[in-house]
Design a binder for this molecule. Sequence first.
Ligand SMILES: *[C@@H]1O[C@H](CO)[C@@H](O)[C@H](O)[C@H]1NC(C)=O
Ligand SMILES: *[C@@H]1O[C@H](CO)[C@@H](O)[C@H](O)[C@H]1NC(C)=O
Ligand SMILES: *[C@@H]1O[C@H](CO)[C@@H](O)[C@H](O)[C@H]1NC(C)=O
Ligand SMILES: *[C@@H]1O[C@H](CO)[C@@H](O)[C@H](O)[C@H]1NC(C)=O
Ligand SMILES: *[C@@H]1O[C@H](CO)[C@@H](O)[C@H](O)[C@H]1NC(C)=O
Ligand SMILES: *[C@@H]1O[C@H](CO)[C@@H](O)[C@H](O)[C@H]1NC(C)=O
Ligand SMILES: *[C@@H]1O[C@H](CO)[C@@H](O)[C@H](O)[C@H]1NC(C)=O
Ligand SMILES: *[C@@H]1O[C@H](CO)[C@@H](O)[C@H](O)[C@H]1NC(C)=O
Ligand SMILES: *[C@@H]1O[C@H](CO)[C@@H](O)[C@H](O)[C@H]1NC(C)=O
Ligand SMILES: *[C@@H]1O[C@H](CO)[C@@H](O)[C@H](O)[C@H]1NC(C)=O
Ligand SMILES: *[C@@H]1O[C@H](CO)[C@@H](O)[C@H](O)[C@H]1NC(C)=O
Ligand SMILES: *[C@@H]1O[C@H](CO)[C@@H](O)[C@H](O)[C@H]1NC(C)=O
Ligand SMILES: [Cu+2]
Length: 601
Amino acid sequence: MHPFRYGLALLASILCLVSWANGSGLHVRATGTTVRFNLTLTWEDWAPAGVPRKMILMNGQFPGPALQLRQGDDVEFLVLNHMPFNTTVHFHGIEQLGTPWSDGVPGLSQRPIAPGGRFLYKWRATDYGSYFYHAHNRGQIDDGLYGAIYIHPDDSVEKPFHLITNNTSELQALQTAEQNTKPVMLSDWRALTSEEVWRGEEESGLDAYCVNAILVNGKGAIDCPGQQAQNELASAAQKQILGNQSLTDTGCISPYLVSTEGTFRHNYSAMPPSMFYGCVPGNGGTARFLVDPSANYVSYDLISAAGVSMITFSIDEHPLYVYAIDGRYIEPTLVDAVTIANGNRYSVFVKLDKPAGDYTIRAANSGINQVLNATAVLSYDNAIKTQQGASVASIDIHGSVVSFNYTLLNESTIMPFPVEVPSQEVAQTYILRVGHYNASYLWTMGNSTFPLSLEAASPLLFYPSTAKPDLTIKTLNGTWIDLIFHVDGQIQPPHPVHKHNNKFYVIGQGNGAWSYSSVAEAMRYIPESFNLKTPQIRDTFITPAAATENTWLALRYQVVNPGAWLIHCHIQVHLSGGMALAILDGVDEWPEIPEEYQLTN
Ligand SMILES: *[C@@H]1O[C@H](CO)[C@@H](O)[C@H](O)[C@H]1NC(C)=O
Ligand SMILES: *[C@@H]1O[C@H](CO)[C@@H](O)[C@H](O)[C@H]1NC(C)=O
Ligand SMILES: *[C@@H]1O[C@H](CO)[C@@H](O)[C@H](O)[C@H]1NC(C)=O
Ligand SMILES: *[C@@H]1O[C@H](CO)[C@@H](O)[C@H](O)[C@H]1NC(C)=O
Ligand SMILES: *[C@@H]1O[C@H](CO)[C@@H](O)[C@H](O)[C@H]1NC(C)=O
Ligand SMILES: *[C@@H]1O[C@H](CO)[C@@H](O)[C@H](O)[C@H]1NC(C)=O
Ligand SMILES: *[C@@H]1O[C@H](CO)[C@@H](O)[C@H](O)[C@H]1NC(C)=O
Ligand SMILES: *[C@@H]1O[C@H](CO)[C@@H](O)[C@H](O)[C@H]1NC(C)=O
Ligand SMILES: *[C@@H]1O[C@H](CO)[C@@H](O)[C@H](O)[C@H]1NC(C)=O
Ligand SMILES: *[C@@H]1O[C@H](CO)[C@@H](O)[C@H](O)[C@H]1NC(C)=O
Ligand SMILES: *[C@@H]1O[C@H](CO)[C@@H](O)[C@H](O)[C@H]1NC(C)=O
Ligand SMILES: *[C@@H]1O[C@H](CO)[C@@H](O)[C@H](O)[C@H]1NC(C)=O
Ligand SMILES: [Cu+2]
């Protein structure tokens, strides 16, 4: 049996999740295959880092079961909400071509799914590669609702693997590794539920920029070495911000610093335990990745479902060939570590040519917000281990390479495969301010803050005329749009901007104030800040971090799929705090809603 079909059949038999419309199609590929998938959501005690709290389980599991598809498949994804609160599920990076009602955003594409309710999401897997599904209602991604999606490329898609090797047996090994690619779900975890975090933010006025653990495939541990030991781990950059203050016992930058929380109203006595202070140790076990060295290579899809942490990933003594990002091939690049912003996916090959043994996998937070890391294990499936001693790390606890002998993926050197060029002409340019909005925990992406309460409002896809002008962009179908994110010069992390619907081109970025009316004008003064010839093609991309100076990011996209789409920061507390905008794409070609998706209330 074809290995992919075997994988699906196995998945189906283990999880009883997948049924085939075309039951005889196990090895014959028929276009229009429908893959059905049920996701039952429950709210249960779970302790992924050893400390129990209520979390969202999917079919009794955390993270959720992986969904495997082939490009061109039709998906019917039924969500059964057995939790005591509203929810929705979004398919991150999936373009929803012709199915804007299946994007899973309350207040934009649907009403929330009520307790006891269900919703059938139907969409086509038009693109190939690595994606994931996750909650899009309030802060529920931080309660654990996420799972991997992998879409096997159609045979017609050209692969860049000949840029790694021309040796036939090596090429075969790479193809096989890709066919058997496995998700590595990187995420973070708090002792507080997302609603407790939101209440804590409202009451204290503080931005909850720390967590309690990093998880690898849903497993992690919490070390509590004490405040003094934590403080000794602070990086040079952290020490500079801290001045005479200390890291907290959770490894968090002090919330008492004006540079991190601003000059807004704060009530420090309303900070809930563990939001910044109050480390509780725990151990939820270690994720182990068993590999067969006779396969020569293994492939992993590194997926960041983290709420705040910016995770740098490495495997001791095993360089990574990064070959796709956000579900698009790139010219493969050999590095020792990659930094993965919230919502991004990096697909990597790992050559299995080291002495048989166990090698530490490291997932370190590289943001200045917190010292925090997790480890997992890559284990050679050999009877006899020939490795001597502990494996050698290429990154430290801050995600920095430990010496010049090691390299971290440099985003500016990435070359898409194949290269695609955007239009040189655009119909509209939006300049969007990115920063705090009247409180440390409230944010803007434009002129106003996108209130969480709008999730319960009439969805804009059905009621486009109710869109609030200062929270909405409107475009005409077929046109090209520039979005310039202008980050206020005060300490701000990189904001991973995620656009729903189709991918965008990353055409420019820089430090300093954006004082131009368009990209064309800016290119007359700072042409070196732009790349219109080989831009990256992404669905999530970070704004440059800001310290004392403003920074900016320029994205360009073509409107091809009319509907109501969200664009937002993928740091969940920033999204809950309003760093979002609605985009009504193609208002001149507004979709007609099928009968089954008409609102009934
Ligand atoms: C999914 O759930 C529905 C509704 O409960 C049920 O009718 C259907 O058989 C389930 N499908 C699978 C594949 O489990
Ligand atoms: C759940 O969603 C409904 C809209 O479908 C909304 O009226 C209600 O306020 C929501 N409940 C909560 C607790 O947000
Ligand atoms: C493999 O061959 C192709 C075509 O000749 C060439 O472009 C490519 O650079 C070669 N790859 C390697 C790794 O040498
Ligand atoms: C191709 O690679 C295989 C496995 O790595 C190796 O055994 C073989 O010698 C290589 N062939 C050539 C022609 O280099
Ligand atoms: C820390 O430094 C600030 C000025 O940089 C000063 O106002 C404050 O008193 C100092 N705090 C302590 C505990 O030394
Ligand atoms: C600050 O928070 C505490 C604890 O929740 C509360 O008792 C107090 O009233 C709050 N103070 C102000 C000024 O809101
Ligand atoms: C963090 O990294 C250190 C140093 O490698 C390691 O000792 C520790 O176990 C890691 N912490 C976790 C929670 O994995
Ligand atoms: C870099 O690698 C070389 C060769 O393996 C080794 O001799 C040297 O000690 C390494 N340098 C550092 C700083 O690790
Ligand atoms: C990343 O690559 C760019 C372009 O080659 C280069 O200018 C820059 O210095 C590199 N950055 C780092 C940190 O090496
Ligand atoms: C937010 O602050 C701005 C000034 O920064 C002010 O103009 C505006 O009225 C404030 N909005 C709210 C809702 O408080
Ligand atoms: C923000 O306000 C400016 C000035 O009124 C306006 O030109 C722009 O379109 C607004 N942007 C958004 C996203 O509403
Ligand atoms: C929207 O524009 C795209 C690109 O020009 C086109 O492919 C698509 O058919 C248009 N959609 C509608 C509904 O007109
Ligand atoms: Cu953000």
